[in-house]
Design a protein around this ligand. Structure first.
Ligand code: SF4
Length: 417
């Protein structure tokens, strides 16, 4: 692995060449509490990075979505497509991210979406976990990524240092092994988000994944990262966040936790699920512990272990294959293994389970209407089985056979079937 870095020029505030560690800039720009005052911009084409004041945004917008959309309004024209190097990927936490506030681990990602149909318009996608707070601790209110690298790279943001890491050896690695290797290489405490084979192959169903199942989905942003030849972004930060009234924030946070402590999401009993009783049984059978994003008391994730199907952190909204698998196997271990496969394999390959849920239904309907026949790489007569979901996910992530068409997403695939 080779490390390259190139710092760009002058401090924009006090016109000196520095790393923003002097603190003088803080008195020159309007830095509100909760914000760090800086935005990091990385140009992959130029292999360069720079730091800008965030004051012009944080004065006018509450949080990450506002900053991200304003960047698009100012910098990206309407004809720029999702895979165009001029497209931006904006990673933007909010003013509460990384503070004592409950559920403050959230991060917003804003970009042109390759999944939007028929036009690749700007959208946003949220991600939980720990990456957003770490970006704030590294000293940034947002990260703007633009351009396209000549060869595959990853970014290593370590407080005020930014390093470009050649990453061609990581291509083909799934999201779990990518993070494990990068953490070993860089810093065991680094927080990492990355793409898997789906993003590398520009599947419009590709997600950005952090840890095992903090996912930015429903947007195809994994493919936008892939189009920029950006495999991963690792962050480590040790700065604090200025709070105007820490005592009051602690009191309000405690009250919010008290009022929402019994959130039904924790037991995956939301009424949006088709059969919550059998899902609760599944959960209680395999759950090792509840897990959560940074600072969240609801803890709606669970770490599950299903025999001969692996183990992982899983989220309630990932239950998309529960009904098809129950229909195929009945209430059995095979069913539970198929459900686990549908979640863990999707996260490893970097695929968005919400989009895959729609694809499973789409293929099932096509088969029943006689518009598609079973084939070795896609046994559509076995929807609900382990074999079907494993082959479907793999084909879409690698664009193998019919997977190339399906990786365009259901609406675009429908135009060709
Ligand atoms: S653990 Fe669940 S409820 Fe809490 S912030 Fe994360 S996604 Fe939201």
């Amino acid at each position: 692995m080779r490390f390259l870095s190139r710092e760009s020029g002058m401090c924009a505030v006090v016109s000196c060449k520095c790393t923003w560690s002097c603190g003088i800039w803080r008195s020159k720009v309007n830095v509100a509490y909760g914000w760090t005052g800086k935005i990091l911009r990385v140009d992959l084409t130029e292999r360069a990075w720079s730091v800008e004041p965030s004051g012009k945004y944080v004065d006018r917008f509450i949080g990450g979505i506002g900053i991200g959309l304003m960047v698009f309004w100012e910098e990206v024209g309407p004809l720029v497509g999702a895979f165009d190097p001029d497209n931006r990927l904006v990673f933007a936490p909010g003013p509460l991210t990384g503070t004592l506030a409950p559920a403050s681990g959230r991060l917003e990602i804003i970009s042109k979406s390759p999944l939007n149909y028929p036009t690749e318009t700007v959208t946003r996608s949220g991600m939980g976990g720990f990456w957003g707070p770490e970006l704030k601790y590294a000293g940034y209110d947002a990260l703007i990524v633009q351009g396209r690298a000549d060869n595959w790279v990853s970014l290593w943001i370590n407080n005020d240092r930014v390093v470009f890491i050649d990453s061609k050896d990581y291509i083909g690695e799934d999201t779990y092994s990518t993070q494990a290797k990068l953490r070993k290489e860089l810093d065991p405490q680094a927080r990492i988000l990355c793409i898997g084979p789906a993003g590398e192959n520009l599947s419009r169903l590709a997600a950005i994944v952090s840890e095992t199942s903090f996912v930015s989905g429903k947007s195809g942003f994994g493919a936008v990262m892939g189009s920029k030849r950006l495999k991963a972004i690792a962050v480590r930060g040790t700065e604090g966040i200025r709070i105007f009234d820490p005592g009051r924030l602690a009191r309000v946070s405690k009250e919010v936790r008290r009022l929402s402590g019994r959130d039904p999401m924790r037991e995956w009993t939301s009424r949006t699920f088709i059969n919550p009783e059998s899902q609760r049984t599944f959960l209680n059978k395999y759950r090792k512990q509840n897990t959560s994003c940074f600072g969240c008391h609801v803890a709606c994730f669970a770490y599950l272990r299903v025999p001969e199907a692996g183990e992982s952190q899983m989220h309630c909204l990932n239950y998309y294959y529960f009904s098809p698998a129950t229909k195929y196997y009945g209430h059995s271990l095979d069913r539970d293994q198929a459900v686990a496969d549908s979640i863990v394999l999707a996260n490893r390959l970097g695929l968005d389970t919400t989009s895959i849920a729609g694809m499973v239904k789409f293929l099932s309907d096509l088969y029943q209407a006689g518009r598609i026949a079973p084939q070795p790489e896609l046994p559509v007569d076995k929807v609900g089985s382990r074999e079907f979901i494993q082959k479907l996910l793999s084909a879409i992530a690698t664009r193998k056979g019919i997977g190339s068409l399906l990786s365009e997403g259901a609406p675009r695939a429908a135009d060709h079937i």
